[in-house]
Design a protein around this ligand. Structure first.
Ligand SMILES: Cc1cc2nc3c(=O)[nH]c(=O)nc-3n(C[C@H](O)[C@H](O)[C@H](O)COP(=O)(O)OP(=O)(O)OC[C@H]3O[C@@H](n4cnc5c(N)ncnc54)[C@H](O)[C@@H]3O)c2cc1C
Length: 427
């Protein structure tokens, strides 16, 4: 049986591609509407990306930040979940195309396919400097970080040992800052008693940023605070230098070569190919340019939301690629679909910024909410409470809270597992 034959038979069929923050919110908010919904994702889980770096740094386990999509929607008989990869849209015949040649008809389509990291035209750097977007990315990084310490433990040559104990993060946005702070703490606080031949406290964590400051999206004083906090836990911050090469040996920036065996890319994003599927206009990062009601120009039955679109807020500034923006858009599209089914219209989408947060190591964070700026331990507590609040389910909230308490009380990170044997690991 094809996907088309298996398709629910209710009158209006909404197909949502992507069960990330935007797509899942749209499906949840369509509850009670006279529609049948098919939610398609190429992964079987919804992922809480803001805490991915904690999986990459062995602080949390994968199951603490991801949930099977099917399980999340088990109480919604109106939603069919499909584990499949969409490869195009046949807008003329109102069909979503799958990579295996299958297709599925829609009445209304919502594209919520997100973004991935981008290497500014240097995709050949990816094997040496992987980015962080999926659970696989996070476990790959975790393996590389932990393996670097393991190899250093039995490396006799001092320069090779130094390269193994050098960790370079490219890009000092929130993800780069959070990764750098946590890797530094892993080396400073968690690992020292476990090794005999190396002093993990001598590991170098180097954060390289092409722009003039870390956390460029925050106010100047908060980014200065973040930089000082990183430096206080041993992170070397290099600003105003673009990386011009990544290889198995390390990075080149500003004409310098830095020998390092672990590189992490946190510098740029590229939207999913949703704009290409429709032949629609896109910005330089591939983000589809949608109309104020989040429909694709020329296609009133196709919406696009979240990281895969470009849209301006009421002040004309681009809506940021963050989870609350994707969720607000998912909520708006659900409301508009419902309104249309009742023959009504809605005012254009309006983004409301709920604030920006970033953690810098285990007891510090920065928060900016309009004119309110917080830093230090109080900001860290608020950061922690906000993230626990947004996790799904009591079990995960308790589990993450307990993992964090353990890290604070004992400096222990429970998820320090290398899930391949020593002869198989990469890095
Ligand atoms: C490491 C990291 C840290 C972040 N930290 C924060 C933070 O602290 N705060 C914050 O607000 N935001 C943060 N973000 C950004 C936030 O996660 C995104 O803005 C948000 O996920 C966007 O939601 P979305 O629904 O557009 O896309 P996503 O949540 O990325 O969901 C897209 C979904 O589409 C699926 N998909 C993609 N292509 C296909 C296809 N062809 N076929 C089928 N399915 C497909 C994907 O599998 C995925 O499930 C972070 C992002 C990353 C990567």
């Amino acid at each position: 049986m094809t996907t088309e034959q298996a398709r629910p038979t209710k009158p209006h069929h909404v197909v949502i591609v992507g069960a990330g923050f935007g797509g899942l919110e749209c499906a949840l908010r369509l509850a009670g509407a006279p529609v049948s919904i098919t939610l398609i994702d190429r992964r079987n889980h919804h992922l809480f990306q803001p805490l991915l770096y904690q999986v990459a740094t062995a602080s949390l386990a994968t199951s603490e930040i991801a949930w099977p999509i099917r399980y999340l929607l088990r109480g919604r008989p109106d939603v069919t979940t499909l584990f499949a990869t969409v490869s195009g849209v046949d807008a003329q015949n109102k069909r979503v195309l799958f990579d295996d040649g299958d297709a599925l008809s829609y009445d209304t389509l919502v594209l919520a396919t997100g973004a991935r990291h981008a290497y500014f035209g240097h995709d050949e750097w990816e094997p040496f400097a992987p980015g962080l977007k999926t659970l696989e990315d996070a476990t790959t990084l975790r393996r590389r970080i932990l393996v670097a310490f393991e190899r250093a433990e039995r490396e006799g040559d001092s320069s090779r040992r130094a390269a193994l104990l050098t960790f370079v993060i490219v890009g000092a946005g929130p993800t780069g800052v959070e990764l750098a702070g946590t890797i530094a703490e892993l080396a400073q606080d968690t690992l020292p008693p476990d090794f005999r031949n190396i002093d993990t406290q001598k590991a170098r964590v180097v954060l390289i940023e092409a722009g003039p400051r870390v956390l460029a999206g925050f106010a100047d004083d908060l980014s200065a605070y973040a930089q000082a906090s990183l430096e206080s836990i041993g992170v070397e911050v290099i600003l105003g230098q673009a990386v011009t090469e990544c290889s198995a040996d390390g990075v080149v920036y500003g004409g310098h070569t830095l020998q390092a065996r672990t590189l992490i890319w946190a510098a740029g994003v590229r939207a999913s190919p949703a704009a290409e599927w429709l032949g629609a206009a896109a910005d330089r990062a591939g983000r589809l340019q949608v109309l104020p009601d989040l429909t694709v120009p020329g296609h009133s039955d196709i919406f696009a939301i979240g990281d895969t679109v470009e849209i301006a807020d009421a002040d004309g500034k681009p809506v940021p690629g963050i989870a609350p923006a994707a969720k607000q858009q998912g909520r708006y599209v659900a409301a508009l679909i419902k309104a249309r089914l009742h023959g009504e219209a809605l005012a254009p989408f309006r983004y409301r910024h709920a604030g920006s947060l970033a953690q810098i190591g285990k007891r510090k964070a920065v928060i900016e909410f309009g004119s309110i700026k917080l830093r230090g331990t109080i900001a860290w507590w608020m950061w922690g409470i906000a993230h626990i609040y947004f996790l799904i389910g009591l079990r995960n909230r308790l589990s993450v809270a307990l993992s964090w308490l353990w890290i604070h009380a004992r400096d222990q990170r429970a998820a320090r597992l290398i899930t391949q044997g020593s002869s198989k690991v990469v890095g």
